[in-house]
Design a protein around this ligand. Structure first.
Ligand code: AMP
Length: 609
């Protein structure tokens, strides 16, 4: 770990928050928390260079919650996030930290949600508002969101907001907030425009970054599985079952609660597993480690702190069930395997949003981590059958078979069946409760020849809607038609205005041009279209090709082969309150597909971002 702070109590947090953290099982502050919390408590502005997985949410959420006056039902903190998913996730995190703060209220507001609901919620009041820039700006313009009592402003994933074209909105919001407040800016990277914003709007900010010291981990086979399609627990048991040289494993999770839960679940599936966490006293801890050494236990589920210094040579596998906070923790964790000259295996589970952390780890360890193809049901069955055959072969060589052979002959005669049929019946009896086949359907395998967090079945660019990734897509990209290409059709001699902000063009793959029913007359800008489509279709904004803005409609190029659920979502999407009615561009921009007549749009006052 990059920090020597071992306890949240050392960070000056109140008893009620400390109680909550203990209840939800946080043992120690993550490095980013250890550095940010005291600075924010002291009132500094901060720039936090941190990505998802580092624990950055709690790093800003806990101190800002300490500064809230619960009796004052007015927004005292505003958190800006690039997407609605993140807004909801951050709001949920705050709500969970507020379990012992009665009356604490956090409100997520984002584009796509009805204004009526949001206006009602805003009128009711909230201590913290978490929102996407466009929608927050609309509410500020409309004066339905009042920031007169603002104490803290957080810009979460600032580089993502930049990438999605929201930086002007963010600056607008910064211009329209009262001067006296603390600002915390979090960003995984520091591109120039973000630095400029920080220089302009933050006051003597303290910079916080987590170390990513390089380290060698040469002898260990490192693989990762991108979490999707299958529950982590099911994936874990499948992987453990087919790993060839499995002897014993240490599985790392983040919270004490998770160590116990996972140990129970694995034990229920027949594994000799136990939890190792900071709640165990020294004697109990030593006992667990002894049991692992002796073979009484095969799997130990541990937190980072509890597993410090474990030296058990039979640990063949380390599983990072939850991704570590930083590269140093990763190196410590995987150092538990490959000991005493034995081979070691490190398996990392990576959620789509954590891909950036995976890349950071690769850079720090100077080694690529290979994608792991999840074993299929057939793989598991084959493995179980092979083990079964081996067991049978062993027994065939054992003494005392004659007695049973005699019984088999009797059954064959009495039942008039073959020895094979009897053997099959016996095999079935032997495997009762331990099926050789797994029931259910196989999820798509994620061999990751594509960008790591993409679903293999999807064309490049489309994410699963549940797990909308937004960052760090370094795989192949759809082809982008030259920026200078004229649109195939220009309605009524009117020249479209193409996006003026350069986005990185996709490099490969076919693009399809679509027509949407919003244009310049609706006050729509390119960023509105990008934001709405990125959010609704789960498509990374850099896969969105050229956008042509006309008066009453626009064109947008998207990767070919859009999955039906994304197409459906886009049919319902609204931009500036107008349904976009996305459809392949037939070159008839302003003719309604149903009526064939000219369309008139009713302008709505607010952007739907
Ligand atoms: P974040 O990087 O903020 O998205 O956090 C990633 C995950 O780490 C979330 O599931 C948090 O609940 C969890 N987490 C954050 N801080 C801690 C901590 N100190 N101990 C255990 N888990 C944590």
């Amino acid at each position: 770990m990059t920090t020597s702070v071992d306890s949240f109590a050392d960070l000056g947090l109140s008893q009620s928050l400390l109680k909550t953290l203990a209840e939800i099982g946080y043992e120690t502050p993550s490095p980013i928390q250890a550095q940010c919390i005291p600075l924010l408590r002291e009132g500094h502005d901060i720039i936090g260079m941190a990505q998802t997985g580092t624990g950055k949410t709690a790093a800003f959420a806990l101190p800002l919650m300490e500064s809230i006056d619960a009796k004052l039902m007015k927004p005292q903190a505003l958190i800006l996030t690039p997407t609605r998913e993140l807004a909801i996730q951050v709001a949920e995190a705050l709500q969970s930290y507020a379990r012992n703060l009665p009356g604490f209220h956090v409100l997520p507001i984002y584009g796509g949600q009805s204004y009526t609901i949001q206006l009602k919620q805003l009128a009711r009041g909230a201590h913290v508002v978490v929102g996407t820039p466009g929608r927050v700006m609309d509410h500020l313009e409309r004066q339905t969101l009042n920031l007169d009592h603002l104490k803290t402003l957080v810009l979460d994933e600032a580089d993502e907001m930049l990438r999605m074209g929201f930086i002007d909105d963010v600056e607008w919001i910064l211009e329209h907030t009262p001067e006296q407040h603390q600002t915390a800016l979090f960003s995984a990277t520091m591109p120039e425009p973000i630095r400029r914003v920080a220089q302009k709007y933050l006051v003597e900010p303290k910079e916080v970054r987590i170390k990513s010291a390089t380290a060698t981990v040469a002898a260990i086979r490192q693989v990762y599985w991108q979490v999707s399609g299958l529950h982590k627990l099911d994936a874990l048991t499948r992987i453990l079952e087919v790993e060839d040289d499995f002897d014993a494993a240490i599985i790392f999770v983040r919270t004490k609660t998770a160590t116990v839960e996972l140990a129970d679940k694995l034990a229920a599936r027949g594994y000799a597993a136990a939890a190792l966490n900071g709640d165990l006293n020294q004697q109990m801890r030593e006992r667990v480690i002894e049991q692992l050494k002796s073979g009484a236990l095969d799997i130990v589920i541990a937190t980072d702190v509890a597993a410090r210094g474990i030296d058990v040579s039979r640990i063949s596998h380390v599983v990072n069930y939850d991704i570590p906070y930083d590269t140093e923790a990763y190196v410590h964790r995987i150092g538990r395997t490959g000991r005493a000259g034995r081979a070691g295996n490190a398996i990392l589970f990576v959620a789509p949003r954590e891909i950036r952390m995976l890349r950071t780890i690769e850079r720090a360890t100077r080694q690529p981590i290979a994608p792991l193809t999840l074993p299929s049901r057939a793989d598991v069955t084959n493995k179980r059958v092979a083990a079964f055959k081996e067991k049978v072969a062993e027994v065939l060589g054992a003494e005392g078979l004659d007695f049973f052979a005699n019984i088999v002959s009797q059954i064959a005669e009495e039942q008039d069946v073959s020895a094979e049929e009897i053997a099959a019946a016996l095999a079935m009896m032997a495997q009762e409760g331990k099926p050789l086949q797994i029931a259910g359907e196989d999820p798509a395998s994620h061999a990751n020849s594509r960008p790591a967090f993409r679903d293999d079945r999807r064309p490049p660019g489309f994410a699963e809607r549940e797990n909308k990734p937004r960052s760090d897509n370094r795989g192949e990209r759809p082809r982008f038609e030259g920026r200078d290409n004229q649109p195939r059709f220009e309605p009524r001699g009117e020249r479209p205005r193409f996006e003026d902000k350069p986005r990185r063009p996709p490099a490969s793959g076919d693009m399809v041009r679509y027509r949407i029913d919003v244009g310049r007359d609706h006050g729509v800008q390119v960023k509105d279209i990008v934001g709405a489509i990125a959010n609704e279709a789960g498509i990374d904004s850099r896969f969105i090709g050229r956008i042509g803005l006309y008066d009453e409609s626009s064109t947008v190029e998207l990767p070919a082969g859009m999955p039906p659920e994304a197409a459906n979502a886009l049919k319902r999407t609204r931009v500036r309150g107008v349904p976009i009615n996305l459809r392949p561009d037939d070159g008839r921009p302003d003719v309604h597909p149903n009526t064939g007549g000219e369309r008139k749009f009713k302008k709505k006052p607010f952007a739907d971002r």
